[in-house]
Design a binder for this molecule. Structure first.
Ligand code: MN
Length: 733
C-alpha cells in the first residue's frame, strides 16, 4: 500500500545509476556484466524508438530499474536489460549465452516465448489457460517477474499508443498480469498495474477519483502527518518503537469498493490507509490492542492474516477505526519481513542476503520455492492444496506457430496437436517441429513447446496412429477416416463387381435403377441405396449372385442357370475375391519386406521404431491385422510378444524413392544454392529439380524436388539443410 517501491517512468537513468542502485543492496555483484549488458542492449536497439519517440533503450532500463527495486539477483536484472533483443533485434540466444551466461540466456528465451502469446478470445477459460500456462511453462519464476516489470513499464507509457491499443493492452493486463502479480504476492506491482488499468479502461472514473483524492492535498497531507504522530505517541506510551506510514489508498481499491457495495465515491469513507511496522509478531497484536483501545474500531473490519496468511503468503493485521478527526481510516500492522513479502512477494526470495552475496540465485523448481518460502507458516496443507489446484495440471499447454495456446492431455503427441488444429491437418501429419527441431509423431509434448506441424498431401492415417494419440477427439477422427477409407474401397470394388455381373445380362446399375429394379432388394434387405449395395458386395456381405436373384427382370435368366452365365458369374466372384485381397494389400503391405515362407500377407511398418532398410527387424503376428515389422532394438519387443514373432527380412531387390518437395528460406547470399545442393547430395539424396527466387527483403526462397527412400531420410536431409547458418527455415511443401 505504501509507496515503498515508488515506481514511475524514469527518463534519465544512466548505467551508473543502475550500478549505484544495485551496489546499495548487493555490493559484490558482477558490475562488469551489468555494464556489458547495458551496452549490449543499447547497441542492439540502436535506432529503434518507443511510441513516445524516446530511444528504445529507455524501456529495458526502466524494466531493469523495477527489477532492482524488487532487489532481484544480477542474472535477472541483466535479463531485464536484454529482454527484447532476441525478439526485436535478431540476437540469437547462443550469442547471449556466449556473451553472458546460460542463466541469462534461458531467462531471455523464456521471455521471448511469453511475448509470442496472443490473446484472442475474451473467454474466461482461455484466460485461465493462459495464466496457468504462463506459470507452468516458466520453470523459472524469475521469467514472470521480468515479464511483470516489462508490462509495468509498457503500462506506464501506454498514453503514447492508440486508444484501441490502450484498451486492449490494459484489459490484457487486468486479465492476466494483475492476477499473476497477485498470485505471486508482488503487491507493489499489482497495485500500480491496477491503477494504470483503471486509468486506461475507465478514464472517467479514474480522473474523477484522482480529482477527489487530490482535492485539498495540502490539508490532507497535514491530516496524514497528524494521524501518524498520534498513532506513534499512543504506541510509544506502551514503549513500542514503530515506523508508521500513511497515504491515500489506491484508486483501483476504492473503485472496487464502490462497485462491490454499489455506492458512490462520496460514500466511500476510508480513503486513507496507515501502516504500522513493528519488530515481531507479539508486537503486532500488542499494537493492535493499543489502536483498538485508543480509537473506535469499525465492526467487521478486523482481519488476521498473520494467523491465516493469504495463499500468496501475505501476512498482516488489518483493521479500520474512526480516526482523530472522526474520519474512517484503515490500518495495517505487520513486521518488517511481512512488509517485504507484501511488497515484493515471491521476488523477495532473490533479495540480496548476507552470505548469499556472489552466489547465483537458487535454481529451484518454482513450486518447491514457494513451499520453502512458506515453511514457517502453519497452514502449509491448505497452501499446498491451493497451489496444487493452481498448477497441478492434467494438461500440457503448447503454442501454435501463431502464438495461440492449446491445452492438450498429458502425454499428448504432435498428432494430437495436429488433430486439435484441424482434422485435415491431422490426417496429413507426417511429423512436427518443436521449438524448431524436428520430432517424430510419437514425441511427448511438454508445456511451453511451440509446435509446427509438418504435413504431406500423400500422408494418410493408419491404424497404428490409434496407439500414438491420447485425445478422444484425435482417436475418433482417425477411426472415422479408417472406416471411410474402408467403405470407399469396398464401394468401388462392389460397384466394379456388380457392373461386371450386370453386364453379363446386358444391363447396368444406372438402367436398373431407372426401372426401379432394386426396390425389392432394398426393401427386403433394408438397404438404403445403390451405394450401400455396392459397399455390401465389396465387403463380401453379399455376393453378386445374391444381388442378381433380387432383380425382377433378371431373376428368370439367373434361375435358368445357363452354364455360360454361371461360369461368368463364378468368374466374377473369384475376381471379386482377388480384388478384395488386392485392395487390402494395396492399403497395408510394404513390398520392402519379405516374410519367411509366406506370400500375400499384410505387412506394416511399426510407427514406434519406424524401421528403415538396414535395421535389424522382426515381425509380429497380429490377429486379423497381418504382420507388423519392428526393429529388433525397439523397446516394444519384449519377451511376451516374442512368442508371436515371425522372421522377416528386407527385400534386397526392393528400392523405391519418393519425390518430395521442400522449400528453403535463406538469407540471400551468393553461392547459397550450391551450398544447399551440396548438402543435399552429401546426404546421398538425388535432386530432381531446383528453383530459386530472390525475395524483396534480402531473403532467398528455393524449391527443391528431392528423392528420398523414406521419411527418416527426409528428416535427416531437412535437419542437415537447417544446420546451415544462412538457412532460415525448411518446410515440406
Ligand atoms: Mn519489453
Amino acid at each position: 500500500m505504501h509507496q515503498n517501491l515508488d515506481f514511475s517512468h524514469e527518463r534519465d537513468i544512466s548505467i551508473d545509476d543502475l550500478v549505484r542502485r544495485v551496489e546499495a543492496y548487493y555490493p559484490e555483484a558482477n558490475f562488469t556484466m551489468l555494464r556489458k549488458a547495458y551496452h549490449f542492449a543499447e547497441k542492439a536497439h540502436l535506432g529503434q524508438k518507443r511510441s513516445s519517440g524516446e530511444d528504445y533503450i529507455i524501456h529495458p532500463i526502466n524494466v531493469a530499474a523495477t527489477l532492482i527495486r524488487l532487489r532481484m539477483d544480477l542474472d535477472t536484472i541483466v535479463a531485464g536489460l536484454l529482454h527484447d533483443v532476441v525478439e526485436d533485434c535478431n540476437v540469437s540466444p547462443t550469442e547471449i549465452e556466449r556473451e553472458f551466461n546460460q542463466g541469462v540466456s534461458d531467462l531471455v528465451v523464456g521471455l521471448t516465448k511469453i511475448s509470442k502469446i496472443k490473446f484472442k478470445s475474451k473467454e474466461e477459460s482461455q484466460i485461465e489457460n493462459f495464466r496457468k500456462m504462463v506459470v507452468a511453462m516458466a520453470k523459472d519464476l524469475r521469467v514472470i517477474i521480468v515479464k511483470l516489470a516489462d508490462r509495468m513499464h509498457n503500462m506506464r507509457t501506454l498514453q503514447y499508443v492508440s486508444d484501441e491499443k490502450q484498451k486492449k493492452i490494459a484489459q490484457e493486463t487486468l486479465d492476466i498480469y494483475v492476477p499473476l502479480a497477485s498470485r505471486l504476492g508482488i503487491n507493489s506491482v499489482k497495485s500500480e498495474l491496477e491503477d494504470l488499468c483503471l486509468r486506461f479502461l475507465k478514464p472517467e472514473i479514474y480522473y474523477r477519483l484522482a480529482e477527489k483524492v487530490s482535492m485539498k492535498k495540502s490539508e490532507r497531507d497535514t491530516y496524514i502527518r497528524e494521524v501518524i504522530t498520534t498513532i506513534k505517541e499512543k504506541l510509544f506510551e506502551y514503549s513500542l518503537h514503530t515506523e508508521v506510514k500513511g497515504r491515500p489508498k489506491h484508486f483501483y481499491s476504492i473503485y472496487k469498493k464502490m462497485t462491490a457495495r454499489g455506492v458512490d465515491f462520496e460514500q466511500i469513507q476510508d480513503l486513507l490507509a496507515f501502516r504500522i511496522i513493528v519488530s515481531n509478531i507479539t508486537e503486532c497484536y500488542k499494537a493492535l490492542g493499543i489502536i483498538h483501545s485508543s480509537f473506535t474500531p469499525i465492526p467487521g473490519r478486523f482481519k488476521d492474516y498473520i494467523a491465516i496468511p493469504k495463499v500468496n503468503n501475505y501476512q498482516s493485521l488489518h483493521t479500520a477505526v474512526i480516526g482523530p478527526r472522526a474520519e474512517r481510516i484503515e490500518i495495517q500492522i505487520r513486521t518488517n519481513e511481512m512488509d517485504e513479502v507484501a511488497e515484493a512477494g515471491v521476488a523477495a526470495h532473490w533479495k540480496y542476503k548476507e552470505g548469499l552475496a556472489g552466489k547465483s540465485a537458487p535454481k529451484l523448481d518454482w513450486v518447491q520455492e514457494l513451499l520453502e518460502y512458506n515453511k514457517n507458516s502453519d497452514n502449509t496443507r491448505e497452501f499446498l492444496d491451493v497451489i496444487k489446484n493452481d498448477i497441478d495440471l492434467d494438461g500440457v499447454f503448447v503454442f501454435t506457430p501463431k502464438g495461440d495456446v492449446r491445452e492438450l492431455k498429458y502425454g499428448a503427441t504432435p498428432l494430437d496437436f495436429a488433430y486439435e488444429i484441424h482434422t485435415e491437418v491431422g490426417h496429413h501429419c507426417v511429423g512436427a517441429k518443436i521449438n524448431g527441431k524436428i520430432v517424430p509423431l510419437r514425441h511427448i509434448l511438454k508445456s511451453g513447446d511451440s509446435i509446427e506441424i509438418l504435413t504431406s498431401k500423400t500422408q494418410a492415417p493408419s491404424k497404428d496412429w490409434l496407439n500414438i494419440v491420447k485425445s478422444s477427439k484425435a482417436r475418433s477422427k482417425i477411426k472415422q477416416w479408417l472406416l471411410k477409407i474402408e467403405r470407399d474401397e469396398n464401394r468401388e470394388l462392389g460397384r466394379d463387381v456388380l457392373e461386371k455381373a450386370f453386364k453379363v445380362f446386358g444391363t447396368n446399375i444406372k438402367a436398373l435403377k431407372k426401372n426401379n429394379e432394386f426396390k425389392e432388394l432394398f426393401d427386403k434387405e433394408h438397404i438404403s441405396d445403390e451405394e450401400e449395395m455396392c459397399v455390401l458386395v465389396g465387403s463380401g456381405k453379399f455376393t453378386a449372385k445374391q444381388i442378381l436373384e433380387y432383380i425382377p427382370s433378371l431373376r428368370e435368366a439367373v434361375s435358368k442357370q445357363e452354364t455360360t452365365d454361371i461360369e461368368k458369374i463364378t468368374e466374377i466372384e473369384s475376381y471379386s475375391n482377388k480384388m478384395t485381397k488386392n485392395v487390402r494389400n494395396k492399403t497395408h503391405s510394404d513390398n520392402a519386406i519379405e516374410v519367411d515362407g509366406m506370400s500375400d500377407v499384410m505387412v506394416r511398418m511399426a510407427r514406434c521404431c519406424n524401421p528403415i532398410p538396414g535395421d535389424g527387424i522382426v515381425g509380429f503376428i497380429t490377429r486379423g491385422r497381418g504382420i507388423t515389422v519392428h526393429t529388433t532394438a525397439c523397446n516394444r519387443v519384449d519377451a511376451e510378444t516374442l512368442i508371436r514373432t515371425i522372421k522377416v527380412s528386407w527385400n534386397k531387390g526392393f528400392s523405391f524413392t519418393h519425390p518430395v518437395t521442400v522449400r528453403v528460406m535463406t538469407q540471400d547470399k551468393p553461392g547459397i544454392l550450391s551450398l544447399i545442393s551440396k548438402t543435399i547430395n552429401n546426404c546421398g539424396i538425388n535432386i530432381r529439380s531446383a528453383m530459386a527466387k530472390s525475395m524483396p527483403d534480402r531473403k532467398g526462397s528455393f524449391i527443391f524436388e528431392i528423392e528420398v527412400k523414406d521419411y527418416s531420410e527426409l528428416l535427416k536431409t531437412i535437419s542437415n539443410i537447417e544446420a546451415l547458418e544462412e538457412v532460415i527455415s525448411v518446410t515440406r511443401v
